[in-house]
Design a protein around this ligand. Structure first.
Ligand code: FAD
Length: 549
């Protein structure tokens, strides 16, 4: 029996939860989340939320910084929207129970941090635990809402579309509709149907496609792979942001050392103590992330060292401990005292700027499917994300999506079709689970070695051939095997990896986060547009505003 709700939400990070809270005011909401409810990238965000509050700041400056980071590919209407709505969304979060640091004696209502690429202090934060504070405030509100049901350990498998109707085929208008998802209950092992007139995909990013990542294990790009399989348009996947400073430690699990540490005065040094960032950019340690990540990569290649060092030992020890309690605590647990010794750091995959293509209302190219947060490509980030713009993007676009869904439901007579149950005929419980962990590791290593911070055609082609072969084998295994969460993730990681490679091979220039030694320069004459993948087709879509799509 299918479960039906007015709104179906995939994911319980900031994008999904903030949408659900609004939607629950007008209808019933089911949230499917694949692990425990707080397992999300949101919960790990440290730095904060960018918003104009300071008297020396302005919307124009925040817009300019965002456009500069995006290197010509931002959609200006998306940028305008999020920058101008930011203060209202931040104040709303406080009303919803998230408490941020205030610093009234300096004349600012908020204690505003500074991060790379920002020309002013504008990062609203809750110490270095902004994401956790936000996630728990939203979860508390959701928990008390009678119209919201959260189902943990439920992994969305596929969108329900015309492809699943008896006989398949498209509708008369030749448009694809989304009517919900098939989802795996991780406890029972059963795949069930969840139907809804509106589905919000808020499944987050894809850092787990790479060997080193700051993302938690949930970030396997499921939503992007599902949308691709359902024939939605996917954009700009070549722009994966590598965070310059993840902790380098065998037990560190790619723990992020926030950019705010450099904003606070931290300096990147070689093992010999040289402050090398001055050689690479006039803003030195506060240069945009892609430049810092590439500089560290270059520095490590020159020195042959496995890491570089982030030094805060010259700063007031008490202030450092007070400002970065979570980082300090984590480092102390690994016997590193950041107030006395430099922190070993390496770059790691951090944020997917591309995703499922949406318009300014968060609507994808499938009817009834909205996408917000890191799974979406809204046009905001262009070729590189400005630090701390992403929690904000999720909040603003989830609100726009909610407003549009209300309009969509009012103006469309939508009949939910009869959907057949999941068909797992001919599948078996396999015992070859070692294949899954091995394939996952192999893809992650290939992506790290060949599709990382610095790319070339040869490396990309080599990676592409291998990933295609692995993906084909996984698909064969998938067809004859009862689905499990690990198998679903592996299949999705393989698909997203191959899409990233396709996009990276397609863009024959270097811009923002995509850097290739074969085309080392930015080429506005030929490449000023979005890389859009639709099935087997890939094209450069000239830059339009998001509202014009
Ligand atoms: C270490 C770290 C620090 C960061 N710091 C900042 C910062 O300071 N400022 C900032 O703006 N951004 C920051 N970011 C980025 C930001 O946290 C994310 O972009 C943002 O939280 C994404 O929110 P989301 O709701 O889209 O996805 P997430 O928060 O990742 O939530 C995704 C949800 O979808 C669920 N899900 C995934 N697949 C499925 C499936 N198949 N079925 C069901 N559920 C599924 C997950 O379990 C999860 O609940 C940081 C990210 C990391 C990793």
């Amino acid at each position: 029996m299918a479960q039906v709700s007015d709104f179906l939400v995939i994911g319980s990070g900031v994008a999904g939860l903030s949408f659900a809270l609004r939607a629950a005011e007008v209808g019933t909401v089911i949230i499917l989340t694949k692990k425990e409810r707080a397992d999300s990238n949101t919960n790990y965000a440290q730095g904060g939320i960018a918003s104009v509050f300071a008297s020396d700041d302005s919307f124009d400056l925040h817009i300019k910084d965002t456009l500069t980071a995006g290197v010509g590919l931002c959609h200006t209407d998306a940028v305008n929207l999020i920058v101008r709505e930011a203060p209202e969304r931040v104040r709303e979060l406080e009303k919803w129970g998230a408490s941020f640091n205030h610093w009234e004696e300096k004349g600012h209502p908020f204690d505003l941090g500074r991060e790379g690429g920002h020309s002013r202090n504008r990062i609203v934060h809750a110490m270095d635990r902004t994401g956790m504070v936000l996630e728990h405030a939203l979860l508390d509100k959701v928990r008390n809402h009678p119209n919201i049901q959260i189902l943990e350990n439920h992994s969305a498998v596929e969108f329900v579309t015309e492809h699943h109707l008896m006989g398949g085929g498209k509708t008369q208008e030749d448009e694809i509709h989304c009517w919900g998802v098939y989802a795996l209950d991780g406890k029972t092992g059963e795949v069930e149907v969840y139907l809804s007139k509106v589905t919000l995909l808020a499944s987050g990013g894809a850092g787990q496609v790479y060997l080193h990542t700051t993302n938690p294990p949930i970030a396997t790009g499921d939503g992007i792979a599902m949308a691709y399989r359902a024939e939605a348009e996917i954009a700009n996947l070549e722009f994966m942001q590598f965070h310059p400073t993840a902790l380098y430690h065998p037990d560190g699990d790619s723990f992020l050392i926030s950019e705010a540490v450099r904003g606070f005065g931290g300096i990147l040094r070689t093992k010999d103590g040289e402050a090398f960032m001055k050689k690479f950019h006039e803003q030195a340690d506060l240069a945009p992330r892609d430049i810092v990540a590439r500089a560290i990569d270059t520095q490590m290649k020159i020195s042959g060292e496995d890491c570089v060092y982030l030094d805060v030992t010259h700063l007031d020890a008490e202030e450092v401990q007070k400002r970065f309690p979570q980082i300090n605590e984590k480092l102390l647990s690994l016997k590193i005292d950041m107030t006395k010794e430099p922190i070993p750091v390496v770059p790691a995959a951090h944020y997917m700027c591309g995703g499922v293509l949406t318009d300014l209302d968060g609507h994808s190219t499938l009817k009834g499917l909205y996408v917000t947060g890191e799974a979406a490509c809204t046009g905001l980030h262009g070729a590189n994300r400005l630090a701390s713009n992403s929690l904000l993007e999720a909040l603003v676009f989830s609100k726009s999506a909610y407003e549009n869904t209300v309009h969509y439901l009012k103006n469309n007579q939508i009949e939910l079709p009869a959907i057949p149950p999941w068909n797992d005929e001919g599948t078996f419980n396999q015992e070859e689970w070692v294949l899954i962990s091995h394939d996952r590791r192999e893809i992650q290593r290939l992506m790290w070695d060949y599709v990382g911070i610095v790319r070339s055609d040869e490396r990309l082609q080599r990676a592409g051939k291998r990933i295609d072969l692995i993906a084909e084998q996984i698909e064969m295994f998938y067809k004859k095997t009862k689905v499990t969460p690990a198998l679903l993730e592996l299949r999705n990681i393989a698909i997203v990896a191959s899409l990233i490679i396709r996009a990276a091979l397609f863009r024959k220039e270097s811009r923002g986060l995509h850097h290739t030694t074969d085309y080392p320069k930015r080429d506005d004459a030929h490449w000023l547009g979005d890389t859009v993948i639709h099935g087997d087709n890939i094209e450069l879509r000239p830059l339009l505003s998001s509202s014009a799509r």
